[in-house]
Design a protein around this ligand. Structure first.
Ligand SMILES: CC(C)(COP(=O)(O)OP(=O)(O)OC[C@H]1O[C@@H](n2cnc3c(N)ncnc32)[C@H](O)[C@@H]1OP(=O)(O)O)[C@@H](O)C(=O)NCCC(=O)NCCS
Length: 211
């Protein structure tokens, strides 16, 4: 397995670059580590996670992201706003490592720095990531999940046209019984729905989050 710590950053494997109307989804750079550590240390960004991350944990996450690209597996892009910000966070695809009724599967996810929230960047980037994911890996569906209280993230799922059936809600096996973050809602996007809608179409804004 590739070890990104042993590979000079300029030789890190290139993630396929995706462009949207306002964004570039690109391979990670060494220079992304500092702003990524900043957003991972922000309690607002990490509100729905067990804890904020320190610099070492943030860097280790970058290493895992790069390693997955090196292994040819779904991974996360660094997101850039050309002309405005070289790095605002990540959007991309992951394979959950835990076992649940819906795994193995591909998950779409996002984490952006708070100053860039509210401009529709996450759904715009995620639509490109979904297109890449369906085209490249050919899954029957791509899922996303979060805690019920993470309305911002659920709104992104809804804007992407992902569907939520409460019967799919689950307890995250990596969190202990009694942990307030254990319960999760699952959203699904079947490949057929993605195809029917026409890939690349603008994300929907019509859905209303169920509570
Ligand atoms: C979830 C997240 C990626 C959304 O990104 P975004 O680019 O702001 O997405 P949108 O602009 O489409 O906004 C989505 C929702 O976020 C909420 N939101 C928007 N601006 C916000 C702000 N400044 N502060 C708090 N919430 C805000 C709104 O509920 C919005 O829904 P609406 O468009 O129906 O009003 C971003 O909030 C984030 O990084 N959160 C922290 C990390 C996280 O929780 N990741 C998901 C883990 S499952």
């Amino acid at each position: 397995m590739a070890d990104p710590r042993r590979i000079a950053p300029e030789l890190w494997p290139p993630a396929p670059e995706l462009r949207t109307e306002r964004l570039v989804l690109r391979a990670w750079r060494e220079a992304d580590r500092a702003p990524f550590a900043d957003l991972n240390a922000d309690p607002a960004v990490m509100e729905h996670f067990p804890s904020v991350l320190d610099r070492a944990a943030s860097d280790a996450m970058v290493d895992r992201i790069v390693e997955r690209w090196a292994d040819g597996r779904p991974s996360l892009w660094a997101v850039e706003v050309p002309g405005e910000a070289a790095f605002i966070g990540f959007v991309g695809l992951l394979e959950p490592s835990f076992t649940a009724p819906f795994t193995p599967c591909i998950e779409v996810g996002w984490r952006l720095a708070a100053p860039f929230w509210g401009r529709g960047f996450a759904p715009e980037a995620a639509a490109a990531a979904l297109g890449h994911g369906f085209d490249t890996y050919g899954p029957d569906e791509i899922v996303s999940f979060t805690v019920p209280a993470n309305i911002s993230s659920r709104r992104v799922m809804e804007k992407l046209g992902m569907g939520h059936d409460p019967a799919d809600d689950f307890d995250h096996p990596n969190l202990p019984v009694g942990d307030p973050l254990r319960r999760h809602v699952l959203y699904r996007l079947p490949a057929a729905e993605w195809r029917d809608r026409g890939r690349g179409s603008a994300p929907s804004t019509a859905a209303v989050t169920d509570k």
